[in-house]
Design a binder for this molecule. Structure first.
Ligand code: ATP
Ligand code: MG
Length: 586
């Protein structure tokens, strides 16, 4: 293609709302144009890159038996009510909705489990038609609380969503594993360094899930990794081992009351009782789990030096979300000011869970549910009922990892994909079944698999750029090579560039000829900003020594002057090496 026929739009300045590199560079290089918060025009360059990502996705999914389909974006309320998710998405306000002329309400697909499950139910009669694996690459809508970071978090984006239908759990395990491997290859082929981490399934649900993360400082997710080990988990899900409380195994002492005027926090208690360390205290965190039809107050007991993990807690309560109680609610429900709650004589309205960190603690210090009073030497099970235990604690950097015990380190990541074992969550709720080998109706055992196709492009920019602009990995670059004559008015330069362009195109290279009439400096700046990684620059060297400069920005901006006759062979080699992305050699 010729640059004079390409809608090139470049800017010198960053958009005012750009906080991260990919947003800055993609806006300045004309890949995206903001229409309103979280809504962008995708320019021609971005569309080429997305086309390449989609092609890689299609190839890898068809290798594992995925069949491409298209599901409607408008999905009626009644369908979503059958899975019970209409209210879930209404409560979180994630789903955008619309109505037709008959006043039927539709959700705009944030994801498509309901539609695809309904389709499988209607069209799969027998186990002989299984396994079945369907995918689409289509627009998704989510009314994000805070759209930001350019294409990373938008209201409208392109997702590849796939769904597997199996006869049984063993079948699901095989499908899930095939998708996991396909994802590893997809990201490698895109030239992205991505890794899988244990994840929380969120609103999609199911029994197991793994996120694919691209390591980047601008990532919104925190990931904890066992140093040198193979454990990696989103902090929402991560667990760790901590030293037991020094109180473990102590002989129980009689419970005592102590006046603690205005002493509310763990830090204040440590000052007030210098001999009692935080790991001998039990904090009582008061909150409510918000369900579709009710709110349940919860008291969460956790060791004084630890913190509650809201996602783990939400999963434990089965609620849609967790909200902290307001000071007024605390006074109303416990009869005491905030800072004095505790497990002894806690009003019955509260459901109680104790974090595993509390198990086995003896003679603990905790609130008395009375303003300005704490209790010492409390023993759970003796002074109050023994609570139910669960892991609702936030794992922290430096703690021992759950697998090898090696210390946890933190990395930031961008979530580019997420795979889930759904099991029969949707098929059971929606009554979607097939006739099993014994003739009995059997619910589909399902998995679902997402890739944020548009986010992948942004993540690639986040991972690879230099101070001049984007440096696309070759497999997803809008053009693999740019041939740029610095002075198009110069017949020799223009002629040489035209020749290289024609030969490279004939060799199957996706090449752009920058035939724009403009200053050499400005042309170079544009090409660097737009992210052309392999640049063939036809300049003064041609007349002086018959040479052309070849730059490869993916390998630390290597520059070589080559005789004109050697350029095509050398560039074709470079392109072929780059096309493999990060696939292992061989
Ligand atoms: P996040 O935690 O970032 O909000 P999610 O867990 O809600 O994402 P999934 O439901 O797993 O996302 O969706 C599959 C993929 O779609 C994600 O892995 C991500 O790459 C992409 N994605 C999700 N939300 C957005 C968004 N608002 N803008 C762009 N891409 C998104
Ligand atoms: Mg996710």
């Amino acid at each position: 293609m010729r640059a004079t026929q390409l809608h090139i739009v470049t800017y010198r300045n960053d958009p005012a709302d750009a906080e991260i590199t990919s947003h800055r560079l993609m806006a300045r290089a004309g890949y995206i144009h903001k229409i309103s918060a979280g809504l962008y025009v995708y320019g021609p360059l971005l569309w080429r890159t997305l086309g390449k990502i989609k092609a890689i996705v299609r190839e890898e999914l068809s290798r594992v038996g995925g069949q491409e389909v298209q599901l409607p974006i408008m999905q009626d309320q009644a369908l979503w009510e059958r899975s019970g998710r209409w209210e879930v998405y209404q409560a979180s306000r994630t789903m955008l909705t619309t109505t037709d002329r008959r006043a039927t309400t539709f959700g705009l697909a944030p994801t498509a489990e309901e539609v695809v499950t309904d389709y499988a139910d209607a069209t799969v009669k027998s186990y002989k038609q299984l396994p079945l694996s369907l995918y689409q690459i289509h627009t998704k809508f989510r009314d994000e609380i805070r759209p930001r970071f350019g294409l990373m978090r938008v209201k409208e984006f392109i997702m590849k969503d796939a769904y597997s239908f199996d006869i049984d759990e063993a079948g699901l395990d095989a499908s899930y594993e095939a998708y996991r491997k396909a994802y590893v290859r997809i990201f490698q082929r895109c030239g992205l360094e991505a890794f899988g981490v244990d994840a929380d399934p969120g609103d999609i649900g199911g029994s197991g899930s793994m996120e694919f993360m691209v390591a980047a400082d601008a990532g919104e997710d925190a990931i904890l990794i066992e140093e040198g080990g193979d454990y990696a988990a989103n902090v929402e899900k991560a667990s760790s081992r901590i030293e037991p409380s020094p109180s473990q195994g102590e002989a129980p002492r009689p419970m005592r009351r102590e006046s603690t005027p205005n002493i509310r926090t763990v830090a204040q208690l440590e000052g007030f009782f210098p001999e009692i360390s935080a790991d001998r205290m039990v904090k009582t965190v008061l909150c409510r789990a918000v369900h579709i039809d009710r709110e349940v107050p919860w008291a969460v007991l956790i060791r004084g030096d630890q913190d509650v993990n809201e996602v783990k807690l939400r999963n434990h309560t089965g609620g849609l979300s967790i909200e902290m109680l307001t000071d007024a609610d605390i006074v109303k429900l416990t009869g005491a000011q905030p800072g004095f709650a505790g497990p002894v004589d806690l009003p019955e309205a509260f459901s109680v869970v104790a974090d595993e960190s509390v198990r086995g603690m003896a003679n603990v210090l905790c609130g008395a549910n009375e303003t300005d009073v704490h209790l010492l030497d409390v023993n759970l099970g003796r002074d109050c009922p023994m609570p139910e235990f669960a892991d609702v604690r936030t794992a922290r950097v430096g703690e021992a990892g759950p697998r090898t015990g090696a210390p946890l380190v933190e990395r930031r990541g961008i979530e580019v994909g997420h795979i889930f074992k759904l099991g029969t969550k949707y098929s059971a709720a929606m009554g979607a079944s097939f006739a099993g080998p014994n003739g009995k109706p059997t619910p589909f055992v399902m998995g679902c698999y997402g890739i944020g196709v548009s986010r992948v492009a942004a993540a690639a920019v986040e991972q690879q750029s230099d101070d001049r602009g984007i440096v696309w990995p070759i497999p997803i670059a809008p053009f693999e090579v740019v041939v740029a004559p610095l002075k198009v008015q110069d017949d020799a330069q223009r002629g040489a560039a035209e020749g290289l362009y024609t030969e490279l195109a004939a060799a199957g290279v996706d090449v752009l000829l920058d035939d724009r009439k403009m200053g050499a400096g400005a042309k170079m700046k544009d090409c660097e900003l737009m992210g052309f990684s392999i640049m063939v620059v036809v300049g003064r060297g041609l007349a002086a020594s018959g040479t052309v400069e070849v730059r490869n920005r993916t390998t630390g901006d290597e520059k070589v002057e080559l005789p004109l006759a050697d350029v095509v062979t050398s560039v074709v080699e470079m392109v072929h090496a780059g096309r493999r992305g990060l696939l292992p050699k061989g």
